[in-house]
Design a protein around this ligand. Structure first.
Ligand code: ADP
Ligand code: MG
Length: 686
């Protein structure tokens, strides 16, 4: 294969058809091949005598061909009888080519041996292998000296092609030099890079299989460390680069914030006070704040955003408050207006339902005189040229996805940025995925919250649930009825919502039943939500549009249909819509029988836990981190080898190392990132 000679960062040279398939696997550069590591191994270093092969496990056998025949019973098949010194074995091929028959016959006639790999079965007619992998041996072939790697592959790309390419890449002038301090590696029991990759591509016989499979072998640890380090370096570097940009120092006496606090019917919790101080300090710096505020549903993030906005406004700057949905944005608008208008602050609402001309006028007002602008992020970003934007607040930022998050930061100069999220994630995961942000955690709920009781109810008992809704409303409360999530089809989901609305309107004909879903016009949604908030609607039938942020304290009952179809964080968010007032609240999770094993496990988690962080932790355990943060869609390179739950200690190590390298050794940073991310690093630049 002369077409693949190469220098490290070079593109892989291969015929187009192969190059295309390699690209599918993310393999563009020779360096990428080095880091394309096996998913498992086969042991072809040893031969097993036929007589000693046990049923089941894969074995390698070397044998003489005695007899080749094509048989027709019970169906057409190629059968070969082979033997070694210990015994005989029958090979059976149900699908075969004529050329195979000829090849085996030739081996028989010329007395050449076969090397066979497969699972043996001792049946009624003796030992047998079905569809073994086999090769006719040249006379002088020795056994391989290492385990045979099996690589992740793509259709049309054979293991042997991949193996050859990778072997070449390792042998060629590819740069496997050690980039980290060798002493440090030894101290942390991590082998040097070259040894680690060489071993993983070709483990010597006797390497404990389990440590390879479970990726606990020190060589795997080293690779996973390097991978996490690359991620940390990349994100931390972006963080530092943004920090070098200037931002207005929002110096304020704190007068406006104090006025707001004085007017509130509650005082801040300890956690809120702590975070308030963190934000205030950040905003006074001459570089932009890049802070994520994580707090469970109902922990009281909105007031902290309002206090931060006060600081910006008092210092003579504008603040923008963005929410992922129009419903939520409007709720925020009403709340913030109620808080801030009495203090003389000009709060502007950018509504999506306005006509074009009106919207233009609004945007112009937002850009100039407004002190606080509230809207969805599309609206605010879509054409407001802020005169003096000092602070951008993004609520429920996890809904935006990483790409949008980065986009948001590119736009609009360099205001201070506050992101808020109610999707709590475990600390090491936060450390990894949010390495480009400072993180504040609100770990305390406001006092006096009544715990929400969660009930798991089979949908066969729907009638009882209806009765419960009726009695809650009779007692003066309100209820949400959340329609099943239908991921495949928005139309179907809409239809279900409409049907549920009709059905409930009949079953509860004496009650006022409202309906919100994603297809309503923004002002229709707003009218319905306002009516629900004002108590003019008793039962609100809704799709997941109400998932985030909606705050109606008198609603104390939440029914979720087909709860088994929802994600855990989604259920937790939905459940968080109740339990916001002084009343006892109940969340009924209706599920359809029969439940799968996983569905059962997931509902159990939500039933047994009320703490969002704990739910997230268990969810992570159940699903694995990739899916968890949705990174696959969001464009952040997925960690291929490290598992953020199992390898939490590596994340901690890598974080410390990243800080040190960024401070002391830019050349090492450059080379490590080139090795690991290559062209993909562009994605992360923000
Ligand atoms: P989230 O963190 O989910 O966005 P919100 O900011 O919507 O939570 O707050 C939930 C509710 O708790 C709101 O009605 C809010 O006014 C109220 N709240 C916030 N902080 C406190 C507090 N310290 N004491 C009592 N109620 C509070
Ligand atoms: Mg909120």
């Amino acid at each position: 294969m002369s077409w693949c000679l190469m220098a490290p960062a070079d593109e892989i040279k291969a015929p187009d058809a192969i190059a295309t398939r390699l690209r599918k696997l993310g393999l563009l550069r020779v360096d990428d091949l080095v880091l394309h590591l096996p998913i498992r191994y086969e042991d072809e270093t040893r031969l097993t005598p036929i007589a000693e092969a046990l049923d089941g496990g894969p074995v390698q056998i070397e044998a003489q061909v005695l007899e080749v025949s094509v048989q027709f019973r019970p169906r057409r098949q190629l059968v070969a009888r082979v033997s070694d010194a210990s015994g005989e074995l029958v090979l059976r091929f149900l699908n075969f080519y004529g050329s195979q028959t000829r090849q085996l016959e030739m081996a028989r006639d010329e007395g050449r041996k076969l090397r066979l790999f497969g699972e043996i079965r001792h049946g009624f007619l003796g030992a047998e292998m079905v569809h073994p992998r086999y090769r006719v041996l040249a006379s002088d072939e020795v056994l391989p000296q290492s385990l045979t790697p099996v690589y992740p592959s793509a259709a049309g790309l054979s293991q042997s092609t991949l193996r050859k390419l990778i072997r070449k890449a390792l042998a060629a002038a590819t740069d496997l030099s050690e980039l980290l301090d060798a002493h440090w590696c030894r101290k942390n029991r991590l082998p040097v890079f070259a040894d680690a990759v060489q071993l993983l591509h070709a483990p010597p016989p006797g390497t404990p299989e389990a440590t390879l499979q479970l990726r606990t072998h020190p060589a795997w640890q080293r690779i996973k460390f390097d991978e996490v380090l690359a991620q940390q370096l990349s994100l931390r570097r972006a963080y530092m680069a943004r920090r070098k940009k200037g931002a207005p120092q929002l110096n304020a006496s704190g007068m406006l914030a104090r006025q707001l606090l004085a007017a509130l019917p509650f005082s801040l919790t300890g956690a809120q006070q702590r975070v308030h101080a963190e934000l205030a300090a950040d905003l006074m710096q001459p570089y932009p704040m890049q802070r994520l505020l994580q707090g469970d549903v109902g922990s009281g993030k909105t007031i902290l955003a309002a206090l931060a906005a006060c600081q910006a406004i008092e210092a003579g700057w504008q603040a923008a408050f963005m929410a992922p949905t129009e419903i939520l944005a409007e709720q925020h608008y009403f709340k913030l207006r109620a808080w801030l208008m009495p203090l003389g602050v000009e709060v502007v609402w950018l509504s999506g339902s306005l006509k074009k001309a009106a919207k233009k006028a609004m945007q112009a007002q937002a850009a100039t005189s407004a002190q606080l602008v509230v809207g969805t992020h599309a609206l605010i970003q879509g054409g407001v040229d802020f005169a003096r934007l000092g602070l951008a607040i993004v609520d429920e930022q996890h809904r935006f996805g990483v790409a949008q998050r980065l986009e948001l930061r590119r736009k609009g100069g360099n205001p201070h940025q506050l992101m808020m999220s109610a999707t709590p994630i475990p600390r090491t995961l936060a450390m990894s995925y949010y390495a480009d942000l400072d993180v504040s955690v609100l770990d305390e709920l406001p006092p006096g919250r009544r715990p929400i009781r969660t009930k798991l109810v089979s949908d066969a008992r729907r009638a009882e649930v209806i009765a419960r809704v009726r009695s809650a409303v009779t007692a003066g409360r309100q209820a949400y009825w959340v329609c099943p999530l239908i991921e495949e089809s928005e139309t179907l989901q809409l239809q279900t919502a409409l049907e549920t609305h009709v059905a409930l309107s009949e079953e509860l004909s004496e009650l006022r039943i409202g309906l919100v879903h994603g297809r309503l016009k923004p002002d229709e949604k707003a009218t319905t939500m306002a009516a629900f908030a004002a108590g003019e609607i008793d039962v609100l039938v809704a799709t997941t549009v109400i998932e985030v942020g909606v705050d109606v304290p008198n609603a104390s009952l939440m029914i979720i249909e087909h709860a088994e179809r929802f994600g855990l964080s989604q259920l937790h968010q939905l459940r968080g819509r109740v339990g916001r007032g002084v009343h006892d609240s109940v969340c009924v999770l209706l599920f359809a029988q029969p439940l799968s094993e996983t569905s059962r496990a997931r509902l159990k988690i939500i039933f047994e836990n009320t703490d969002g962080f704990e739910i997230a932790r268990q969810d992570l355990h159940l699903r694995g981190p990739g899916e968890f943060v949705g990174s696959r869609q969001s464009g952040v390179p997925l960690l291929r080898y490290a598992d953020l739950e199992a390898d939490a200690d590596l994340v901690v190590l890598a974080r410390a190392m990243a800080e040190q390298l960024l401070r002391d050794d830019p050349e090492c940073v450059r080379r490590h990132l080139a090795r690991w991310l290559g062209s993909r690093e562009e994605l992360l630049k923000a």
